[in-house]
Design a binder for this molecule. Structure first.
Ligand code: GSH
Length: 215
């Protein structure tokens, strides 16, 4: 039975699932969620409470929420698990993943979402609030990311979350040079991350703020 992962190549939370699958060499069928594939849009509406992706199907097992999909993929492949075996290391990795999701990816989504609203409904105040949140996150994370990966020496769920979060964050609100920016550069060189960046390239014109001419 082939594992199916529902998502879109340009979607940051879907990247997290793809990165974990590539890290662990887990084959899967990619199910594109877009208007050209209404059957996948209908399926994701059943799989996820809000219709948001990613979601995974493995036989009778249905998993949604990017962090849960990553955790599910840990049962396959030989690579070090994305949720470390050590209890404290697992806690740190999960904690950082939540922080990248909630305090980097979500403010980025808010800034992008604002640009997608009709001009007369856009609110610069909400954009400013989201950027203030990003500045706080950048400062906090700069003093915490490791010399190799987000949490310790092994690539983990925290890095799966950090890669899309920091990739798009730097586009909407540039990360100052320093430890966090250097970590973003290291992430972009990781083959699993470079692969999702490449797979998303054809969709850059979707970016409502205008994609910069760089990664
Ligand atoms: N908490 C969810 C967030 C998922 C999410 O925000 N997905 C976005 C893609 S990055 C989405 O589905 N956007 C399309 C939509 O909201 O209709 C997770 O971790 O999976």
């Amino acid at each position: 039975m082939t594992i199916k992962i529902y998502g879109h190549p340009f979607a940051s939370f879907a990247w997290k699932a793809f990165i974990a699958a590539y890290e662990r060499d887990v084959p899967f069928e990619f199910c594109m969620v877009d208007p050209d594939h209404p059957e996948n849009s209908a399926r994701i509406a059943e799989l996820s409470p809000t219709g948001q992706f990613p979601a995974l199907i493995d036989g009778d097992r249905h998993v949604t929420q990017s962090n849960s999909v990553i955790e599910y993929l840990d049962r396959f492949g030989d690579a070090a698990p994305m949720i470390p075996n050590d209890r404290d290391a697992a806690l740190d990795a999960r904690m950082l993943a939540y922080i990248f999701d909630s305090y980097v990816s979500v403010p980025v989504q808010q800034i992008v979402g604002e640009a997608l609203r009709p001009k007369d409904q856009q609110d610069q105040g909400r954009v400013t609030e989201a950027k203030i949140k990003l500045d706080k996150s950048y400062a906090w994370l700069s003093s915490r990311v490791g010399a190799n990966w987000a949490s310790g020496s092994s690539f983990s769920i925290a890095d799966c979350a950090a890669a899309p979060a920091l990739f798009y964050a730097d586009w909407v609100h540039p990360i100052p040079s320093g430890a966090l920016k250097a970590y973003r550069t290291r992430l972009l060189k990781r083959p699993s991350v470079a692969r999702v960046v490449d797979e998303a390239r054809p969709y850059r014109s979707f970016f409502p703020l205008g994609a910069p001419d760089r990664d």
